[in-house]
Design a protein around this ligand. Sequence first.
Ligand SMILES: [Zn+2]
Length: 248
Amino acid sequence: MRDNEPVSLYRDEAIVLRTQKLGEADRIVTVLSHRHGRIRAVAKGVRRTTSRWGARLEPFTHVDLQLAEGRSLHVVTQAETREPLGATIGADYPSYTAGTAMLEAADRLSGEDLEPAVQQYLLLIGGLRVLAAGERDPSLVLDAFLLRSLSVAGYAPSFEECARCGAPGPHRWFSAPAGGMACSSCRQPGSASPSPETVRLLSALLTGDWTTAAASDARSRRESAGLVAAYLQWHLERGLRSLSHVDR
Ligand SMILES: [Zn+2]
């Protein structure tokens, strides 16, 4: 961009998803914003020890940004912290690993850069606030987020009616390619047969029924986490790298 070209500035609030090094002192920051979807922008001088950015452009931070449009990458011109969610989430390892998987999922499920993704943004900020509050099992918070984020992206699973023919449930067979639980006639080869408690937990996580979810036992939580991971893997070309660090 030449100096005499007018620069178009805009503001938005966002969650920092990840950062990568660029040259000696700069970083490329990927954020999910409220109104502009995912944005990749250069933060200049962020790696210098005297940087004015501080921790404002670290993953998990909820920031107010001012950006300048660039030809390929946008440029961060101002950043103010709204909520330092990384400080609380980072202090607890299970919350940190669950939160990291949420950031990666949001990055992968938010569509193209600059394509509005308001629901994904609201799900992410809501999920991170719950994690930071530390009152719910991080693994359940993660699975609830993944199921709802997949739904917003157009991959809503069905845990009650048969995902293929709509026959009323409960059903016995789970298959990611089928889209969730399937009846005996629609059962796919290689289907899993989760326990009824696990299916109830999955349904509760999808609908936000935390009373049922909190009452679930460890075995159902492990089983449902495996099915959520399988479902996610089926809908994304590559699985989430950070999911393997979540202890369960
Ligand atoms: Zn069916």
